[in-house]
Each structure stands twice: as structure tokens, then as C-alpha cells.
Design a protein around this ligand. Sequence first.
Ligand code: FEO
Length: 390
Amino acid sequence: MKKVEIKPDIHWVGGIDWDLREFHGYLTQRGSTYNAYLIQDEKTVLIDTVKHYLFDEMVDRISELVDPGDIDIIVSNHVEMDHSGSLPKIKELCPNAKIITSTMGEKGLKRHYKADWDMQVVQSGDTLNIGKRTLHFVHTPMVHWPDNMVTYSPEDSILFSNDAFGQHIATSERFDDELCFDILREEAAKYYANIVLPYGDQVKKAMDGLGGLDMDTICPSHGIIWRAHMADILAEYGKWCTSTTEDRALIVYDTMWGSTEKMARSLQSGLEEAGVPTALRNLHSSHISDVMTDVLTSRIVCIGSPTLNNGMLPTVGAFLTYLKGLRPKDRVGFAFGSYGWGGQSPKEINAVLEDLKWQLPVDPKKLQYIPDNDELDGMKEIGRSLREYL
Ligand code: FEO
């Protein structure tokens, strides 16, 4: 695939990672891209780079437009190595290029690469004239690292948003109007749920700050470029960053001999009888990064584990560790599980949900060995009763 024109003198020159299936613990079933952009003005500007192993791909695309040695400025919006990994090699091709980055970006790049590069630190609101254009830089700390910033070109109405609005998807299409929006939305939601979720307050602040900008195109650092569905993705981010969920439930569980699964299915029947769409995810077969996409949109989240060795099953423990790190807010929770003796797991799950400050209207429920019909009816009743918390 060749470089792709976004607007006159602005091209996508990134790399496509078709085979990527895992990104620090996040399943990327559709692969990903690392988006770099080249602006040709009086100065030639490269915005971000690609993972180190896609360097040649990026350079081939740049070389269709300019000699890489003619790059004057590299904007490093974010230190994480999927975007800075090719900086050392590209700097060898354009040793005189100045790197523009944030204060934390400069510190991060020095720690990563130990190189004596010419770097210019920009503060939020700083601008840089590159000819016909004046680039604006806005710091977006913790979206999703402390160093993050975005770059805005008012002359082109383009926001180079780095990780914000990204999706892990490898395609030969580059624009949102060339693919099904529902797939893009799902991938953007998964990205938000697994990468950005803990920083909702910072996302809201960044969105408020960027809200007044005249933009018709958002160029993120992963996935497709938004131009037809910009209002849609901004609206989705507006919901996600304020913990606005849907009237639906999620039941996440694992099971040893099927009893906790029976409890989960009865709970689901009760919720559905009360008119609540309810997803059932067994952690034995569902990956935690996919389950998090359901957590993002579900108001009610029920979590079940049988008791094993005085505690919960390791799959449920791993999920709760991941959930605690991502810190979704404002959910209604419920913990349950079967047991033979002891029966500690529902209380342990409940303690994690208490830490998350979720609303917990029903006490944790444990049932011994194999639940009978009356006990399963009780689980159904709990499901029906959760309806009132929507
Ligand atoms: Fe796509 Fe935070 O890196």
C-alpha cells in the first residue's frame, strides 16, 4: 500500500501491523496500524513514527513524497514505543531534524533512547509556524500517558490526536467512510475500555479544551481517520468519559463443576424477564479485554466465582486485577458463587467492587455444592430485583 493523501500536502505514511494479535495484554484480533503523517510546507514535518519493525514501510511511504533526509521537524506527540520506536532510525536519515515534544515527552524520550537529540519542548497552547500553516500544540496528559499531546492544524481543520480516538484495526482503507461504522465503533470502544478508561476526567478536560476547535478531520495514531463520523465518535467519547452507560447487564463468571454457571444463567433469566438485555461471559472462553468492552457500556455488572482453595478462581482473580486497574465508575455490582466449604469467593469479589465504589444493593450470594430449584429461583429473583437500579 502506498502513502495516502488526507488533504493537499498532508499524507498518511504510517505502518500496518496485519499480524498483531496482542498489545500489552489486549487481544487485537483485527491487527493495528501505527499512523505517521507527513506535512509538506516550507518545512517538512513528520508527525509521530511507527513501531520499530515497521520503519522500512514508513520510510518507503515517506520516500514517495520527499527524501527522508529533508525532514525538518518531527513532532513526537507521545513517547510510547508504538509511536516513537522508529525515532532512532529516522533520526539517522535526517540528523538535522528537530524533535518537538512536551516537557514530559522530552524526559520520556531521553529515558527511552539515551540520545543527544535536538529537542524543542512546547507548552500547551504553543504554536509553530511551518510556512502556510501554524501548528498548535495542546497537552493532553494521561490520555493516556503523562507526556501525551495533540497537534492541530487550523489551516487544514485537522487534529492529529495520537492515541485518542484510535482503534486497533489493520485495513487497507484509511478513512471511516470506507468501512462499516459499527465495526469502527466497536474497535474504538474496545480501545477506550482497555487503554483510556481510567482517565475519563482527563479525557473530559481534553475534550472540553478541544471542543471549540474548527475541525473536520481527526487523524489518530491507530486505525482509520475520522472525517464522516467525527460527530459520532466525539459523542461516544462524551459518553464514555462521563461513565454514561446503557440499560444493560453483564454477567462475568467462571465455573468448576457447573454450579456457578447455573447461578449465572438463573441470574440472566431474571434480568431478561425484567427486560434487561444481559450478556453472559465465561472467563474460560472470553478474553478479559473483550469483557472490558462490555463493562464500558453496561450499567449492571455481576461477577461470579466458585471458591477454590479458600479464594476465587485464578481467571476471576485476573479479571478483577484488570478491572481494578481500569477503574470503571458508577456501576451497579453483584457478587456470587458456589462453594463446597468455606465459600469465601463472593465476599472477596464484593470487596473489590466496594473498592471501586460501585453501588451494591444485594449482599454477596453463595450457594453450597449444587443449587436446587428454589435456590435458582432465588437467583432469578435477584436478577429481577436489579432492574430497579437502572
Ligand atoms: Fe499507541 Fe500510548 O500508544
